[in-house]
Design a protein. Sequence first.
Length: 285
Amino acid sequence: MTKQTLHEDNRHAWNAGTIAHNSHRGDQAAFLRNGGSTLFQEEIDLLGDVRGKSLVHLQCNSGLDTLSLASKLGATVTGVDISDEAIDFARNLAAESGISGKFERADVYDWLEWAAQSGTRYDTAFSSYGAILWLSDITRWGKGIAGVLKPGGRFVLVEFHPYFAIFDEGWELQPYDYLGGKASTFESGIGDYVALTGSTETGEYVEGVKDFQNPHASHEFSWGTSEVIMALVDAGLKLTTFREYPYINGFKPFSDLRDIPGRRFTMPEGKPNIPLMYGIIAEKL
């Protein structure tokens, strides 16, 4: 299959998954109207002062984080995502919450190329939490990001660490590569990770869709942290920050992870600390 075919499969899987995920999150517009924010301190610290600056949120999902970037940090935001359902939801969320944000439905590669060719430039590009594994070409991605940043602009990434993905639920190695961008196909598609975690960003959990089974296959790509970093460096960006965290925000990939304050999870007692999340800042000179 071509990469474009894999992307389209993922679009269909995300359309189905997005409906299930949002069914658990309650009234997200009211949450935002009442001053709520879904941002964790890690991305706030990495982003720094973005008030009044243009920010594009790549692979933005349903817009809750994107609109939090606008309401809490004061950025002028554009969100881009491949999922039709996610972008429709995000546009409605912006209207119902009264928070200004622009949302565009596109494959991230197509959008980056369009933006570069049209001369559209941003002070900040941002991506977070489960975005990298959907990228079929990490080199093209890095060049695309460099192409949409203004001189002095920054790319900020907060992401789940790929290292833990090589383990199964019993902490045994599974046949999932850490490096190389190999495509792994999952016939059951994107699952209901919100139900799996049992909590939501809004602080309200609604039972919503039960026993969700995605009817569409999905395809994930395994990129190590060095490959992500070098895609940005090789595209001409300067790496200024790389951090690894021994905990994970808002997602519980293993049932025996320990809850710690702030909707975070860390390694079980008796297990060594491993990186569960990482952060990057890369600047355009």
